[in-house]
Each structure stands twice: as C-alpha cells, then as structure tokens.
Design a protein around this ligand. Structure first.
Ligand code: NDP
Length: 338
C-alpha cells in the first residue's frame, strides 16, 4: 500500500515514516524544496525501494497536491507551519495551514480513487479554550474546541495565531468531508507538546519548535525554569504509532482523537533531567534548577483524557520521564557532534 506523507522532512513525520516503512508500506513524502528532497532521500536511504520524495513548493495554491496523490491508498497530512518566528499571521500561519489542508483533501477526492482514509495531524492547540485559563476540574477531551475566529487570529500574538491556524485547518477538514462526502473518510489526531528523540536530519540552528523547547534546558540559555505554557505532552514515537493505527483501524474513521500521555511542567522537566543517571554532571550544570518539587501539575490545572485513544486505537503511552530523558540524551549528542 502506498501512503502519502506531507511535510516528510519534519520531526513528527520522520518517526511516522519509519513506523510506516517498518510496517511494510510504501511511502511518498512531500517536501517544499529539492534540497529537502535530497535530505529525506538520505534519511530513508535504507528503504530506497519503498520511499520516494516529491516537491510540492507551495501547498496553499490550488491543485498543489494533484500530482503527488496519484496512486495513493491513503494520506497523512502532517505539514503545517509550527513556528512563532513569523512576520505575518495570515501568510505564515493561517493560510498555509487552512489552504494546505483543503488542497490536500481536494486532490485526494479528485485524483486518488483508491484512497480509503486521510489522517490529519491537528493539535491540542485546536482544542484549547483560552477563556478558561488553567480550567481546574476540567479534563480536556475530543469534545473541546478552540473557537477563536480567523479575524481575531489575524492580529493576535504568534502562539494564539498558531493555535488558531490548527483549529481552523481542522474545522476546514471536517467541513470538507461533511459537505463533499468524498470516497474516503477522515481521522484527526490532536497531540499536545510532542517530545522524544529526533529521527530527522536536524541541526541546532533549524531545530523544530518542540525539540527546541527541551534543548533550551540543555543549552545554558535559561537562567531559571520558565512558567509552563502547555501542561501536557506525548512522545513522538507513540504519536507515530498513532498515525499508523489511525490509518488502519476501521473504527477510527470519522473520529477525532486526543493523543496525549500525561501532564508535566517545566519544573518537572528540570527535576527529571537533574535526577537522570543518563545525563553527565557537566551537562547538568547548564540545566536550570528552579524550585525542585514545586509547580508540578496540580488540581489547579486541567486534566487530560486519553481514554478514547486507548480504547479505539489501542495506544499505550510512554511516561514523561522516558520521553524527556531520551530527548535530552539525543540532543546532547547532536550538540556534541555539531
Ligand atoms: P516540524 O517543524 O519539524 O515540521 C513541520 C513540517 O511542515 C515540515 O516538513 C515543514 O517544511 C512543513 N511546513 C511548515 N510550513 C509549511 C508551509 N507553509 N507549507 C508547506 N509545508 C510547511 O514540526 P513538527 O514535526 O513538530 O510538526 C508536524 C505537525 O504536527 C504540524 O502539523 C504541527 O502543527 C503538529 N503538531 C506538532 C506538535 C509538536 O509539539 N511538535 C504538537 C501538536 C501538533 P519545511 O521544513 O520546508 O518548513
């Protein structure tokens, strides 16, 4: 079976492509440039008979994926801008996220008659209700939606604009299948912060946003432990597995899943890294200490409900400790080899 993966050179896509290839699939990955195509061909050179790369320079233009989808049996739409270093909320976040999603679905509907399912990587950013703050007593679940509008997001700060780009892209996907009733069904995955080791070609200067979120604890750039922004995480290897299951499990069709392990905080991040025997003493000197044991997830902070993903997708989640230490060990290696 041939599966299209958009944004093949990214952090989450890399683990997902490996899971697909290990599962015996053929993978066609889209990237934005010839240089990225070369990079991913190298990354998956061990599977050169089953991995190919195609260049889709701008997914916001009509029919962008028409050629890329030909002959596919399913698609994972992972590409979307996840960055806060932007100049223009619409051009850099909202338009590529929303139009990219619509264009992928349109191309599959028009040119991939044997495709059975499209899986869209949304985010807990599409679920968060900013008006509720830490929402004590609530357990975030698949029924929650970020209801911020396009007009508001146009001039909001970058994190809010990013979150809204994910919500509006996901809404556009559900609207498309609802109105067009295509020959395939849709499954949506909503992960919170995604941690764990990297599998894509990564340099310290081009680090993806969630890898950098951990790397800054190791780089010496933090004087203190920052306030926690998002209180939940999932390991990238579990999310990769979730993508494959979302593609394969019939009951996952037309469903939205919160793909989440457990709650964490930045203070817990610092504490776990300091306590780990896998991190050298000299590396620990760069990690901020903060207030050990304080500011952990408490009853004052929302809970997370992953029961639907366990029930239907059969997922088991890695712990925060495993994910964060594996991530740190991987990034220290990358830094030492740089
Ligand atoms: P990466 O930055 O590693 O990957 C993003 C991918 O999307 C890259 O292939 C990138 O291509 C592509 N992309 C970015 N902007 C555009 C654009 N304007 N047009 C076309 N392609 C674009 O991020 P992640 O792997 O972390 O993220 C992958 C997906 O997961 C995204 O949809 C993100 O929103 C979602 N997600 C990520 C979370 C996390 O914590 N990492 C949490 C929740 C959801 P290029 O290299 O050319 O820029």
């Amino acid at each position: 079976k041939l599966i299209l993966v958009t944004g093949a050179n990214g952090f989450i896509a890399a683990h997902t492509i490996i899971a697909l290839l290990d599962g015996g699939y053929q993978v066609r990955g889209t990237v934005r440039s010839k240089a990225s195509a070369e990079t991913v061909r190298k990354t998956y050179s061990a599977y050169s008979d089953r991995f190919s790369a195609v260049v889709v320079p701008d997914m916001s233009v009509q029919n962008a994926f028409d050629e890329a989808v030909r002959g596919i049996d399913g698609a994972l739409h992972i590409a979307s801008p996840f960055t806060f270093s932007i100049k223009d909320n619409e051009a850099d976040l909202l338009i590529p996220a929303i139009e990219g999603t619509k264009n992928l679905l349109k191309s599959v509907a028009a040119h991939a008659p044997q495709a059975r399912r499209v899986v869209v990587t949304s985010s807990s950013a599409a679920m968060v209700d900013f008006s509720k703050g830490l929402w004590p007593g609530h357990a975030y679940n698949e029924a929650d939606w970020n209801e911020i509008t396009y007009d508001y997001a146009k001039t909001a700060d970058a994190p809010v604009a990013y979150c809204t780009s994910k919500a509006l892209a996901e809404k556009a996907a559900w609207k498309f299948v609802d109105e067009q009733k295509p020959h395939f069904d849709l499954t949506v995955l909503c992960p919170p912060m995604v941690f764990g080791p990297t599998a894509h070609a990564l340099s310290l200067s081009t680090m993806n946003t969630s890898a950098w979120d951990i790397y800054r604890f190791l780089s010496g750039e933090l004087d203190d432990v920052p306030d926690t922004a998002c209180w939940a995480f999932v390991d990238v290897r579990d999310l990769a597995n979730a993508h494959v299951r979302a593609l394969e499990i019939p009951e996952a069709g037309n469903e939205r899943f919160f793909i989440v392990s457990e709650r964490y905080s930045y203070q817990k991040t610092a504490d776990v890294l300091h306590a780990s025997p896998r991190i050298a003493k000299d590396d620990k000197k760069l990690i901020p200490v903060g207030k050990p044991g304080q500011n952990y997830p408490s009853p004052e902070v929302y809970e997370v409900d992953n029961s639907k993903s366990k029930r239907i997708l059969g997922l088991n989640y890695r712990s925060f400790e495993e994910s964060i230490v594996d991530a740190a060990v991987n990034m220290i290696q990358i830094r030492n080899n740089a």
